[in-house]
Design a protein around this ligand. Sequence first.
Ligand SMILES: Cc1cc2nc3c(=O)[nH]c(=O)nc-3n(C[C@H](O)[C@H](O)[C@H](O)COP(=O)(O)OP(=O)(O)OC[C@H]3O[C@@H](n4cnc5c(N)ncnc54)[C@H](O)[C@@H]3O)c2cc1C
Length: 311
Amino acid sequence: MNGTLIVAEHLRGALRDITGELVTAAQHLSQPVAVAVIARDASRFDANFQGVDEIVNVPVEQDEFESDVYQGAVEALIAEREPQAVLLGFTVNSMGYGPAVAVKLGLGFASDVHGLARESESLRATRSFYGGKVDAELEFPAERPVLLLIRPTAFALAATGGSASKTDFSVELPASRARHLEFEEAAVGDVDITTAEFLLSIGRGIGGEEAIPQFEQLADKLGAVLSVSRPLVDAGWMPNARQIGQSGKTVKPKVYLALGISGAVQHLAGMKTSGTIIAVNTDPEAAIFNVAHFGAVADLFDVAEELDKLS
Ligand SMILES: Cc1cc2nc3c(=O)[nH]c(=O)nc-3n(C[C@H](O)[C@H](O)[C@H](O)COP(=O)(O)OP(=O)(O)OC[C@H]3O[C@@H](n4cnc5c(N)ncnc54)[C@H](O)[C@@H]3O)c2cc1C
């Protein structure tokens, strides 16, 4: 067993940032580091980050991600190369096939990993539980290979301009059971929250749909744009275009005011790099306070009332 194998992610012809983040994460792990690029024309992606020793181009029929294709290709790569560690992004793509590969090949496994440390006898991976309220350290014995799903943005993006060698790896794959047909553009909606400088963001703490007009009016008064956490979209109270987070929009406003949002990792993934984060929550242990610059343990309706008086 040797080295670390990274599986690159790309979308619509561009490498996703998570690939470079996995390269940084891999510096904590067994060397050398190989990046597998699975695509019809894998050579057009530049995965030559500093810290990568080898780029393995895996030509397949499809250009875009298909779960079966990735699973088959990654299994074949692992069988041939026997890496000590396999790193995938904790992303919608990898969450589907990554655990299946680990189970099938008997690899140690952890998802949502945001910290890594290699010790002489073991590998330590830190991951979150309970919406980011608890971190757990998992220890894997050094002699057992592992497959880890790494949280996006947890590691810095590696610099480009590396000196990796390039190899090709061909694999015979059965026909994919689910084909990627096309991308359908999501409606931009009435407003583009990604360009707003001040977001007033509301979560499940508002209680019910009947409260939404109050916050629409408050946002107007404050000169803010209203955004929401996912449960409000799932409930059909607000359009998808207003959702912040991993499965919504990533934003970086100057001010992010979060009312009644717990701060689940999937939400934080979309807003934690905002300029100034202000959180209001009745729960002093809410994870949103871990990223907030200013926080109030208070009832959001009391705060809304005071803000309404000011504006
Ligand atoms: C694959 C996947 C993708 C996901 N993608 C996203 C995503 O893109 N965006 C997203 O937001 N979530 C996403 N989620 C869901 C996420 O895990 C959380 O469930 C969600 O963010 C919780 O939303 P919330 O904070 O509004 O609700 P809750 O977690 O229910 O939190 C409500 C908060 O309001 C507080 N509260 C209650 N009443 C009051 C009051 N009167 N005053 C002040 N505070 C109050 C509570 O203390 C609590 O902290 C995703 C989940 C999965 C599995």
